[in-house]
Write a protein that binds this ligand. Structure first.
Ligand code: PMP
Length: 346
């Protein structure tokens, strides 16, 4: 065996959601968008394939994207850091802020990747349980080099109010609070408005969910431009390629299409949240594009397995004592199918 660092050998490694090689599968397990990206994305990618764009390196900082995001989100373009998915952004942040032997903090249950990032860095990882109603505890551990807070959270889909986010940021300062807003486009509010007055806040976003670009891999952070200047030193020079930059820019520029997709998803989310309780599920009110569903009467793993046998794939989760199904909001047709299979099983 080659001398791989012991912290890598000892770690389990992050395992992404299942991908079944079956075109008939109704895939509701990784919170992808069930609708295609904007038609403008396809035009932009086709345009990027012409001339000698592929022969040349992409813009290292993604300036065209940064200007577009700055305009649409009303933030300083110099405060935007581009990433190969928001997972890349989370990696860059961990590398930049956490020394070996340092401390990474996150609430639990939440996004499992944070633990892997800490382990790769050779850092300690400490979780803080959410309260029973998915809020932050009053006390937060001291000494963290970075705190991750997904908002809305996964798997619960719940949100922590901005006043609480601000309180947590003050509690962990001067270390950064990374507000992981992968699902914020499905919520009513988001943390961008805090950026001016909360200097240690870093907001991360993805185009994988609300912009239907999980396959293209594009995410970004918004933070103080002075912080972004430092983070640029950590990222790969060309972490986003010509095609993904073209796609991402076109996607954020088509806000009419974005609003249409969002409205459809929120309508289906409301329908699903209304119908699942009649089938015996306890559904946590969600501000994301998925629903966290539990049952008091029986374990849900057999349900997940039976759904999978019937070609409906949802996410079964059992960690930190929570046993439940995380179900992505699909199209209306996919939702009909899910509900029909559940009725038939139950
Ligand atoms: N944060 C959270 C909370 C997520 O659920 C995900 C999706 N797995 C991500 C970040 C990363 O998304 P991506 O890398 O596709 O941008």
């Amino acid at each position: 065996m080659l001398p791989i660092r012991s912290n890598i050998r000892d770690m389990a490694g992050y395992v992404p959601g299942e991908q079944l090689n079956d075109p008939d599968i109704v895939k509701l397990n990784t919170n992808e968008c069930p609708y295609p990206p904007s038609p403008r994305v396809f035009e932009a990618v086709r345009a990027a394939l012409t001339g000698d764009r592929l022969r040349k390196y992409p813009q290292p900082l993604g300036d065209t994207f940064r200007r577009a995001a700055g305009r649409v989100l009303n933030v300083d373009p110099d405060g935007v850091l581009i990433g190969n998915g928001s997972d890349d952004i989370l990696t860059i942040l961990t590398r930049a802020f956490v020394p070996e032997g340092g401390l990474v903090l996150a609430p639990t249950p939440s996004y499992i990747l944070y633990k892997s990032l800490a382990e790769i860095q050779g850092a300690r990882f400490e979780t803080v349980p959410f309260t029973a109603d998915w809020q932050l505890p009053t006390a937060w551990p001291a000494g963290g080099h970075i705190t991750f807070l997904p908002n809305p959270n996964s798997p619960s889909g719940t949100v922590v109010p901005l006043a609480e986010v601000e309180r947590l940021a003050a509690a962990v300062a001067p270390a950064p609070l990374v507000l992981d807003e992968a699902y914020a486009d499905f919520a009513d509010d988001n943390g961008l408005s805090l950026l001016g007055r909360v200097p240690n806040l870093v907001v991360t976003r993805t185009l994988s969910k609300s912009y239907a670009l999980a396959g293209i891999r594009f995410g970004f952070a918004v933070a103080d431009p002075a912080v972004v200047r430092e983070l640029v030193k950590v990222k790969d020079s060309y972490n986003c390629d010509v095609l993904s930059l073209a796609a991402a820019t076109a996607a954020v520029e088509d806000q009419d299409y974005f609003r249409e997709t969002r409205a459809k998803l929120l309508a289906t989310r409301a329908r699903l949240a209304a119908e699942l309780p009649a089938l015996g599920f306890d559904v946590t009110p969600s501000r994301a594009n998925f629903l966290w569903c539990r049952r008091a009467d029986r374990p849900v793993k057999p349900l997940y397995e039976e759904l999978k046998r019937r070609k409906v794939l949802v996410r079964y989760m059992n960690y930190a004592g929570y046993d439940g199904l995380r179900i992505t909001v699909g199209t209306e047709v996919e939702t009909d199918r899910l509900l029909a299979e559940l009725r038939s099983i139950l």
